[in-house]
Design a protein around this ligand. Structure first.
Ligand code: SF4
Length: 373
């Protein structure tokens, strides 16, 4: 690990007021468990030598619902990491948990970006998703963030919700644009096994839009956001010029990141590792002075190259052939034929040594990615 090399930091807060009907993330529908914050603080301290020798370019506190943590405790976590104020410092927030007082405390603390899990601006869709907020509360959360001084606000929206039509989704998006966020993340609903929503769909209580309908929603949204001046810089992400998410760009461009907290993932020196997903295990191990790591996977050669190509192709920047050739000379030579075939079939494009997945294929990117595996 080279000194001064950029590093992104992620902290996970795995608690939510209740579980949303589609949620498969690592979040526990329990009140904030104070010993967890002490354990997280200990984990940050354990990584102090690494944190102090690297250039911390981003800090992202995600969840779960990080806004369940009192601002003073968020402040303590932020200070412990030693992240400079010039870094991108994001907090994920759930509408319904963000108050004006909290918003002001967050900007004073040094958070300079907020990501609001709005998901929809139609009340019945929010009910289907089992969210704790309604549409007026979502809009109010946005206004609170703005009044608190946030000049970089992301909003998440979900499309492909049961019984949702293209018009419903575009209406949410239009109302979202009226609020003028700097960044939008649009996710197609993914129905995860075992969730209440998946059971409702399986039993016929809820009906998903067809794949063609979902694709139409995505295409219409891309067009609307393009006309509104957003840059479509990753399959699910759109930003006003200058507002790309620096933290997520680290993931897509194979940068290094340190994830701390329950189930968090890190990637350093070509090795990926994961923390335990057991809350008690996590707290006990840190109390005993151990790292809470469970698995380490070091990918090299072809496996590492494939992963990098797929991650880069998710973005409008794609990848520069020369960069990968330098780092993976033998594996890249073997991969080139596959890339050339995809190019000849019109799936990907190459110009002056830069390979990209054109936007028209973003929605069906998985069909391209399986060919690269
Ligand atoms: S707020 Fe997010 S993490 Fe929490 S239950 Fe809902 S979808 Fe899951």
């Amino acid at each position: 690990m080279s000194e001064g090399h950029p590093l992104g930091v992620y902290l996970h807060i795995p608690f939510c007021l209740r579980k949303c009907s589609y949620c498969d993330f690592l979040s526990l529908p329990t009140p904030l468990f104070p010993p967890y914050l002490s354990a997280l603080g200990r984990e940050i301290e354990r990584y102090q030598p690494l944190l102090s020798e690297r250039e911390l370019v981003s800090l992202y506190i995600g969840g779960g619902t990080p806004t369940l943590v009192p601002p003073q405790e968020l402040n303590d976590l932020l200070r412990k990491t030693g992240v400079p104020s010039s870094a991108e410092i994001t907090l994920e927030a759930n509408p319904g948990t963000l108050t004006q007082e909290m918003g002001l405390r967050l900007t004073q603390t040094g958070f300079n970006r907020i990501s609001l899990g709005i998901q929809s601006l139609r009340n019945w869709e929010l009910e289907t998703l089992g969210r704790i907020h309604n549409a007026p509360e979502a809009k109010e959360a946005f206004r609170i963030a703005r009044r608190s001084g946030f000049t970089n606000i992301n909003c998440d929206l979900i499309f492909g919700i049961p019984n949702q039509g293209k018009g419903d989704f575009l209406l949410s998006l239009m109302e979202m644009l009226d609020l003028a966020p700097e960044h939008l993340s649009l996710y197609a609903l993914s129905l995860e096994r075992g969730t209440p929503l998946a059971r409702a769909v399986a039993s016929g209580q809820a009906q998903l839009p067809t794949e063609d309908e979902v694709a139409e929603m995505y295409e219409a949204a891309c067009q609307m956001l393009r006309s509104a001046g957003f840059e479509h810089y990753e399959i699910s992400n759109f930003a006003r010029p200058g507002y790309r998410c620096r933290h997520n760009e680290i993931y897509w461009h194979s940068g290094e990141y340190l994830g701390m907290g329950l189930g968090a993932v890190s990637f350093l020196d070509g090795t990926r590792w994961k923390n335990t997903r057991g809350l008690d295990d996590y707290c006990f191990r840190l109390e005993r002075g151990e790292f809470p790591t469970t698995s380490r996977i070091g990918k090299r050669g072809m496996a590492a190259l494939r992963e990098e190509i797929i991650l880069h192709l998710r973005t409008s920047d794609g990848f520069r052939e020369q960069d990968l050739l330098t780092r993976y000379p033998r594996a890249y030579a073997r991969m080139r034929q596959c890339l050339e075939e995809l190019k000849a079939e019109g799936w990907i494009e190459e110009e002056n040594g830069r390979w990209v997945l054109p936007e028209r294929h973003f929605f069906i990117s998985n069909q391209v990615f399986v060919r690269l595996l």
